[in-house]
Design a protein around this ligand. Structure first.
Ligand SMILES: Nc1ncnc2c1ncn2[C@@H]1O[C@H](COP(=O)(O)OP(=O)(O)OP(=O)(O)O)[C@@H](O)[C@H]1O
Ligand SMILES: [Mg+2]
Length: 234
């Protein structure tokens, strides 16, 4: 874990209504690191993740694997980063599960037999083998989240940005997700309210409070400090 793979410097974001929801954010993530972002509802976690893949654009610098995020580098950066949206309905837009998971690999121009292979592999990783012909929009929320995750895994990105990956999952699915993420040797940034998950998975945590970074460090150094967590709405 030597190389800095993601850098965010002096990043500030305002929504069009003028409210500044991220203020002068600074942090970096090392290659293969699992980096957790925690904070109360509305702290700015989703806004920050969306900014890191250029969906939202604020002021400051975001650098991913040596590339400064801009219109020019966006396409290349998106190839390296798999993004799991907080709301799986945003991510799933094809009629069937197969097509949803195959969308990325097809776009990469891979031949049909390789696409099929990747889809099957990704679905089995999230525990949804046999779901290929199911209608994405008829799935339960937890199933949708798993399909969305399979769609990302099928692209084999170097980095994963995951917004609330465990929400809506039943205890077994959550345990399986934890195991899956634990065994994935990739750079991971996880925004979540699941303190147990970050404690198990993350090398470092960042706490956001009302758009400000209030703490960065090892999970073990903060997660037992109940009073401080309470103060940050956790
Ligand atoms: N499109 C928008 N226009 C204006 N304000 C917005 C918009 N989207 C989000 N916000 C506001 O920005 C702030 C940060 O929201 P964000 O979704 O990033 O928080 P979050 O930490 O992800 O919260 P949660 O834990 O509920 O997912 C909130 O106050 C929210 O109301
Ligand atoms: Mg959010």
């Amino acid at each position: 874990m030597e190389k800095k793979i993601i850098e965010v410097k002096n990043y500030t974001f305002k929504y069009p209504d003028g409210r500044e929801v991220l203020s002068n954010i600074n942090f970096s993530v090392m290659q293969k690191e699992c980096f957790g972002i925690i904070g109360a509802n509305g702290a700015g976690k989703t806004t920050l993740l969306l900014s890191m893949v250029g969906i939202l654009k604020g002021k400051g610098l975001i650098k991913i694997d040596g590339l400064i995020l801009s219109e020019k580098t966006l396409k290349e950066i998106r190839k390296k980063v798999g993004f799991l949206f907080q709301d799986p309905d945003v991510q799933l837009f094809s009629p069937t599960v197969y097509e949803d998971v195959a969308f990325g690999p097809i776009n990469l121009g891979l031949p049909p037999d390789i696409v099929k292979n990747k889809v099957e592999h990704a679905l089995s990783k999230v525990g949804l083998s046999g779901f290929e012909n199911r209608i994405s929009h008829h799935l339960s929320i937890g199933e949708k989240r798993k399909v969305a995750l399979a769609g990302i895994l099928s692209m084999e990105p170097d980095m994963l940005l995951l917004d609330e990956p465990s929400s809506g999952l039943d205890p077994r699915a959550r345990r399986e997700l934890l195991k899956l993420l634990f065994n994935l040797e990739k750079t991971k940034i996880i925004a979540t309210h699941d303190l147990d998950l970050v404690n198990i998975l993350c090398d470092r945590l960042m706490i956001l409070k009302k758009g400000i970074v209030v703490w960065i460090g090892k999970p073990s150094d903060i997660l037992e400090k109940k009073k401080i967590l309470e103060e940050y709405g956790l």
